[in-house]
Design a protein around this ligand. Structure first.
Ligand SMILES: C[S@@+](CC[C@H](N)C(=O)[O-])C[C@H]1O[C@@H](n2cnc3c(N)ncnc32)[C@H](O)[C@@H]1O
Length: 488
């Protein structure tokens, strides 16, 4: 039997035993939303930032509340069969792939469970069958876009701190965020999510910028120039777009031009470079103003037999290999007859709208980012699609305008909705309920907001197939497609 380090050795710790600042032996039971691990002590739930189900761990209680505790794993006492050796040198430090030490089959299992738990607890959807999660074809190098952050303070591992001659390194980095810390950035030496070429671009950019004498932006001080490097690759076209985001200091524009020439001459697959200036304090790689420094300012990608132009600030599915399967499932669940009017809400560059257009009478896409709408219109032309239209603007206003009497829009028979992580705005939900399309296909990247939104539909709509998709192996992120049919 196992028990609390601060309790009897032959009984489980009880709720009353648990004290903040003390260590206990716990059996990791499951993975829950957000990727945390869960153990239970009597009725009390203990959340740990990371652990593998089946592991027996010694954990330090860091927080005790009435309903739950938080703990940090100090030591793994016995290993789980679900554990696998992580391959990335930055595992444990990087905020990227926190499930890399969990066998892939096990990751899929827990993703399905999380969708089921969310729908049951948050949407009250009892008895809805959740299909098995569809695996990603690629487990590494699947991302076509990665965002790297500059910082004037490099985060060092304890080994690096011990190493001689590291003092200079404190002053400049370009890398990824340390897990759970928005303001700590470590030097990326390898990354298995994006291509090897992209990692080389990061290292070269870091070296060049450090040597340029132009300072990196301090996340805390909010001073300095270099802010973000976003690398976007057309996996099927070999084209690469670099998006450099800096603070607003025109005197350093020449440095951006010189860096661009240097990178383009060194990496022939870089086909375009865009420079954006951000005056925002928030750490987001979006600019207030952009200029194209080299090339056309866009790249092209192919998906499901279609060509897509993608601009620096347009959304495009980051795992294009699995996105094809996801879009096929959207069409399969929609079961088009060929006569329908379809609305594609939150359409990005029009990738779903254009993939369904040949199977329906007409499709209308809605999207807030102007660049994405421009891309969507170009993409329709590139693919010779004439029955797709795109409307720019915030959906919470545009949807009411589009369904108004003077808009001239056809009433949608089928609505496909693919909102951002925050889910649909209540005004969009309200408009959909009032319009009452016969079928809704909801594509979600967040089971919690999916469940919250579905709860509004269950009275009038039957929830049919719910199919999770793994677009993000080794991370807790889950994509999910749900079909809903209006009740008669
Ligand atoms: C998850 S992406 C889906 C894009 C597209 N369906 C695809 O598969 O590539 C969500 C999209 O919603 C857009 N968006 C976010 N908030 C919006 C809003 N309030 N109104 C309209 N579009 C919005 C984003 O710009 C983004 O392109």
């Amino acid at each position: 039997m196992w028990g609390g380090r601060h309790g009897s050795k032959d009984r489980l710790p009880t709720m009353d035993d648990l004290k903040k600042g003390r260590e206990y032996e716990l059996l990791v039971e499951k993975l829950v939303f957000g990727g945390k691990a869960l153990a239970r002590v009597e009725g009390l739930v203990v959340f740990m930032d990371h652990a593998v189900p089946g592991q027996r761990v010694r954990a330090l209680i860091t927080r005790k509340k009435r309903q739950y505790c938080e703990a940090r794993v100090v030591e793994v006492l016995s290993q789980s069969e679900a554990h696998t050796e992580p391959v990335c040198p930055h595992f444990g430090v990087c905020g990227g792939c926190q499930w890399q030490d969990i066998a892939y089959e096990e990751q899929l299992k827990w993703k399905r469970v999380q969708v089921a738990d969310s729908l049951e607890h948050l949407a009250g959807a009892q008895g809805v069958k959740i299909e098995a999660a569809v695996p990603s074809d690629r487990l590494i190098h699947y991302r076509n876009k990665m965002e790297f952050t500059f910082s004037d303070r490099r985060w060092l591992t304890p080994e690096e701190i011990d190493a001689a001659g590291m003092r200079d390194a404190y002053t400049f980095t370009l890398g990824l965020h340390v897990r759970s810390w928005f303001d700590k950035v470590f030097n990326v030496e390898d990354c298995l999510l994006e291509s090897a070429e992209a990692v080389e671009i990061v290292k070269e950019t870091r070296d060049w910028c450090r040597g340029s004498g132009v300072p990196a932006y301090g996340i805390k001080s909010q001073r300095g120039f270099w802010r973000f490097l976003v690398i976007r690759e057309g996996k099927r076209t070999g084209q690469t777009l670099l998006h450099l985001v800096t603070s607003d200091q025109p005197e350093h524009e020449a440095a951006v031009n010189t860096l661009t020439r240097h990178l383009v001459s060194r990496f022939p697959h870089i086909t375009t470079v865009v420079h954006s200036v951000s005056r925002k304090k928030a750490q987001v790689a979006f600019g207030d103003q952009s200029r194209v420094v080299a090339g056309p300012g866009v790249i092209e990608e192919r998906l499901g037999g279609l060509r897509f132009r993608i601009s620096a600030e347009s959304f495009f599915q980051t795992n294009p290999f699995s996105a094809e399967k996801l879009y096929d499932e959207v069409s399969r669940l929609a079961a088009f007859q060929g006569t329908e009017t379809v609305w594609d809400l939150y359409c990005g560059t029009g990738s779903i709208a254009l993939s369904v257009a040949p199977r329906v009478a007409r499709v209308v896409g809605f999207e807030v980012v102007d660049q994405a709408i421009e891309d969507a219109c170009v993409n329709a032309r590139l693919n010779g699609i004439e029955n797709a239209r795109f409307i720019s603007g915030d959906l919470k206003e545009r949807i009411n305008h589009a369904r108004g009497p003077g808009s001239g829009e056809h009433h949608p028979d089928i609505v496909i909705t693919d909102p951002p992580r925050a889910g649909m705005h209540p005004q969009v939900v309200g408009a959909l309920l009032e319009m009452g399309p016969g079928r809704i296909i909801y594509v979600s990247c967040n089971p919690a907001t999916l469940a919250r939104d579905l709860a509004f539909f269950t009275e009038r709509y039957e929830i049919g197939t719910v199919r999770p998709f793994d677009l993000f192996p080794h991370t807790p992120h889950i994509e999910c497609v749900v079909r809903m049919d209006r009740k008669r």
